[in-house]
Structure formats: C-alpha cells, structure tokens
Design a protein around this ligand. Structure first.
Ligand code: PNS
Length: 158
C-alpha cells in the first residue's frame, strides 16, 4: 500500500525523519507530501523543503517527496494513496490530529495511522527549532547536518 506522511516540514526534523523511516518499513511506498499554504510564508520554500526531505531520507528507495495544495484527501485519491501516516508526540498532538483523521475518513474513507514519537523527539517541532535557532541556541541534536546548514545559512541571510 502507498502511504503519505503529510506536513509543513519547515524544515524537516529528525522527529519527522524517524516517522518517515518507520512508515517506510511498514508500507510499500511512502510519499512525504509538503502542504502548500499560500497564506503562510515559511522559512523555506516548498521546493527547498522537498530537497531537504529528499536529502534526509534519500537512502530509502521506497520514499519520495511531493507537494500538494487543497485538501489532503483529494490529493490522496488522485495519487492512489490509501493511508495517511503521522507521528504523535503528545496528548496535544492527539487532540489536534484526531478530528483531522476523523474528518479525512468521513470525507473519503482514507484512514490515518499514528506512529508514537520516539521519546527523544517528543519535544521537537520545526517551529521550536526555528525559534531556538533564531535566538542562537544549539539545535544540532534535532536536524540532519544538511538541514542544520540550510537553517544557519537562512538565518545568516537575515
Ligand atoms: O506539519 P503540520 O503543519 O502539522 O501539517 C498539517 C497538515 C498540512 C498535514 C494539515 O493541515 C493538512 O492536511 N492540510 C491540508 C488541507 C486539508 O486537507 N485540511 C483539512 C484537514 S481535515
């Protein structure tokens, strides 16, 4: 079965990478799909995010990247994706994810499976990593070297 790991991935963290790797071991194919949100400008462009994801999971032959606009369920139908795979870090994630999973299932019947985050990553998010990095904190434990370099370069651009 073809699965999708959807998200903003601005930028991809080691928490995301862990979930994608585990999903790749479970499903025939995994597409890491970056949601395009025209109302929200991120630190990285969608293409940059895809490149950073590709670099982080490039050793996995059954993983690819994509970008989508509009509803995730419509994209899943178009792309013949049968299941949504997401990481769950906390009860806050659960409260956020549960209605989305139920709505998505209501809309097209697509199911969502949750992979519990590795305890090492439960406090890691792209937004917190960016905030800490902006303040000069060390975020090297949460990113691949390439993503860390891209983040440092972006911050240096000012
Ligand atoms: O990394 P994020 O920001 O937590 O990812 C959330 C994302 C992009 C997966 C979610 O907002 C989404 O699926 N957006 C696409 C639009 C959509 O389908 N909305 C209805 C959800 S029920």
């Amino acid at each position: 079965m073809r699965a999708v790991c959807p998200g903003s991935f601005d930028p991809v963290t080691l928490g995301h990478v862990d979930v994608v790797r585990r999903a790749a071991a479970m499903f025939d194919e995994v597409v890491v799909a970056v949601a395009v949100n025209p109302n929200k400008q991120g630190m990285f462009t969608v293409d940059e995010r895809r490149d950073l994801i590709a670099g982080a999971v490039g050793d996995l032959p059954n993983v690819s990247t994509a970008a989508f606009t509009g509803l995730l369920v419509d994209w899943c139908r178009e792309q013949d994706v049968g299941v949504i795979a997401k990481g769950l870090r906390s009860d806050t994630d659960y409260a956020y994810e549960l209605p989305m999973a139920q709505m998505n299932r209501h809309l097209t019947g697509v199911d969502t499976v949750f992979l519990t985050a590795d305890p090492a990553h439960t406090f890691v998010s792209s937004s917190l990593v960016k905030e800490v990095a902006r303040g000069g904190g060390d975020v090297s434990a949460f990113l691949t070297p390439a993503v860390l370099a891209a983040l440092s370069a972006r911050l240096a651009e000012g």
